[in-house]
Design a binder for this molecule. Structure first.
Ligand code: F3S
Length: 319
């Protein structure tokens, strides 16, 4: 990390800590407090994708389908299904779609899926997050220019599958230090490293350091971690440092929520991962001290508000 970036990160962390102090809510006698993270919930890309589907339900050419669930949140997906939106799970299911609109979710899809949709004459509404789209462009251009690609991220995550599908040669996907050590030391081709947008920033730099130290050449490193994720993780870490209990709300299959939980657990042993308020055992919350709340990028606002409201009642004795 260069000096400027380190300074900017430190400044932003200080700003986040100041915001947290301002956002803290206290019980009347000051014995307990609650902090709800400002960055909890939908990020720009997810909000854009979800809004797109609701808009297509009203104005689009039906039947409306999404390629994969629009977000990792069962409640939202169920609500859309009730409104007639069908989820296409994979390419095999796509072969049975003969008419209507297919919405591509914020995670993006491989290039060949666009070709399939075009060939079938379906209307395509692309809700790929622009930050993910940028990674598609990077890997496509770099592989066109002869680079091998390393994607730092989870191989099975749909976003990584999508990025993989824009590389002109099979990329190497790395998620652990062992995998980083196994990246080829050098070939005829230079190396370009990108990241899944939701990957942990510190882990990303650690893996880049390992790969770079083993290479004969200097790889091109593109930090494509989304700011929304970085901000959410930094804020969650800062709140968890202060908290006696930490609540992380999100979908079971949401990788960014899992990472958030991992980060919070490092700072606060009493970290609870929940999907809705019903998953929380209120007797485990401390009667004094500080409780923090954060949520993954695909957690709808109404769920965060419900948990916050109930916690205000339990912890701060407020209605
Ligand atoms: Fe996009 Fe960042 Fe969200 S990449 S989908 S704004 S986490």
């Amino acid at each position: 990390m260069n000096e400027d970036r380190r300074r900017t990160t430190a400044d932003r962390e200080e700003e986040i800590r100041r915001e947290i102090r301002e956002r803290t809510e206290y019980a009347a006698d000051g014995s307990a407090s609650l902090i709800v993270a400002r960055s909890a919930g939908f990020c720009f890309g997810v909000k854009r994708a979800v809004d797109t589907v609701y808009e297509q339900v009203k104005t689009g050419q039906g039947p409306i389908c999404t390629f994969g669930p629009i977000i990792h949140n069962e409640e939202v997906v169920r609500d859309l299904e009730e409104k007639g939106v069908r989820v296409i799970r994979d390419e095999t299911e796509l072969t049975s779609v003969t008419e209507g609109t297919v919405i591509i979710r914020s995670h993006g899809v491989p290039m060949y899926i666009y070709e399939m949709l075009r060939e079938k004459g379906l209307t395509v509404v692309d809700a790929t997050c622009p930050f993910v789209k940028k990674i598609h462009r990077y890997v496509h251009e770099y592989s066109q220019n002869g680079y091998d690609i390393v994607i730092i991220g989870s191989a099975s995550h749909p976003e990584v599958e999508g990025i993989r599908g824009w590389c002109l040669r099979p990329p190497v996907v790395v998620a652990t230090e062992e995998e980083a050590e196994a990246v080829p030391r050098g070939t005829d081709r230079p190396l370009c490293i990108v990241s899944q947008t939701t990957f942990n920033l510190k882990k990303f730099y650690k893996l880049v350091e390992i790969i770079a130290s083993l290479r004969y050449d200097k790889p091109v490193v593109l930090n494509t971690i989304c700011n929304a994720t970085e901000e959410r993780q930094t804020e969650a870490r800062s709140i968890a440092e202060l908290a006696d209990a930490m609540i992380v709300i999100g979908g079971r299959h949401s990788s960014n929520t899992q990472k958030l939980t991992e980060i919070c657990k490092k700072e606060c042993n009493n970290t609870f991962f929940i999907q809705t308020f019903d998953d929380l055992n209120p007797s485990l919350l401390p009667s004094r001290g500080c409780v923090g709340i954060t949520a993954g990028a695909s957690t709808p606002n109404n769920l965060i508000e419900e948990v916050s409201k109930q916690c205000r009642k339990i912890i701060l004795n407020r209605c």
